[in-house]
Design a protein around this ligand. Structure first.
Ligand code: ADP
Length: 257
């Protein structure tokens, strides 16, 4: 697939970004946006200049997950570029900030909207741009991966056996595009109650995946009411509880990307 090789072939808006990390999942609802947002704020907490691009135009999460107030993207009328909104030092672009809500669009139109938002945004100098990918491995995802020179991919899944097949699809897509898949995050692995640890979706398929595909890192995240509450309140968990168990996991993930 044609991926840009030289910096001057890159879309202009992306030329000043050092690392572009895709956070991907094959299904919706597994915690992809939660991981993307917390990874981004972890990297920012480590001192990096960070942006988040919410490419999920069918169900943009960024407007609820980050920042309590309503925000809108502004257009620079001279340069016709989009000015990202900013929250706690992280630059944010989402279709959900364009005031349109959820989209009813066909695939090629979706790809056009994503590419335009992403490449006409004034990202400026960034160490990391974290892309919250649309779920799945179809044309929209492929087109996005071809426009953007991804430096790493993180795949989010849940621990069920069935999810194994989905992760395999994701890994294959990124390996075809020569994007290194640096980590799998198994979300909603366990919860603790009455002094015991429960594994509601079973255990072990994450290890199978990383072994079979040679992925260097596997992380797991617990089911935590605070993770879903922080998603709803607009304050990422890693910002609200920087010393917590979840924040430590994200710091380890941050070092891998
Ligand atoms: P996706 O981006 O894959 O669709 P989200 O990140 O939007 O998934 O998560 C779906 C819902 O589950 C959200 O309401 C989120 O707050 C919640 N959630 C995600 N991960 C966890 C977790 N580990 N514990 C509790 N709630 C979670």
């Amino acid at each position: 697939p044609a991926r840009p090789i030289f910096a001057d072939q890159l879309p202009k808006g992306l030329q000043t970004i050092s690392n572009i990390v895709a956070v991907s999942s094959c299904k919706g609802g597994v915690g992809k946006s939660t991981v993307a947002v917390n990874l981004a704020y972890t990297l920012a907490g480590m001192g990096a200049r960070v942006g988040i691009f919410d490419a999920d135009v069918y169900g943009p999460s960024l407007p609820t997950m980050v920042s309590p107030e309503n925000r809108m993207l502004e257009m620079n009328s001279e340069t016709k570029t989009i000015i990202p909104t900013e929250y706690l030092g992280v630059k944010l672009v989402s279709f959900g900030f364009a005031g349109q809500g959820r989209a009813i669009m066909r695939g090629p139109m979706v790809s056009g909207v994503i590419n335009q938002l992403l490449t006409t945004a004034e990202w400026g100098e960034l160490d990391y741009l974290v892309i919250d990918m649309p779920p799945g491995t179809g044309d929209i995802q492929l087109t996005l991966c071809q426009v953007v020179p991804l430096t790493a991919a993180v795949i989010v899944t849940t621990p069920q056996k069935l999810a194994f097949i989905d992760v395999a699809k994701g890994v294959r897509m990124f390996s075809k595009l020569k994007v290194p898949c640096v980590a799998v995050v198994e979300n909603m692995c366990h919860f603790d109650a009455d002094g015991k640890r429960y594994y509601p979706f079973g255990r072990g398929s994450g290890h199978e995946v990383v072994q079979q595909f040679g992925i260097p890192h596997l992380f797991d995240l617990p089911i935590r009411p605070t993770l879903s509450a922080s998603g709803d309140s607009g304050m990422p968990e890693v910002v609200a509880d920087p010393q917590g168990e979840v924040s430590k996991t994200f710091q380890n993930l941050g070092v891998c990307v």
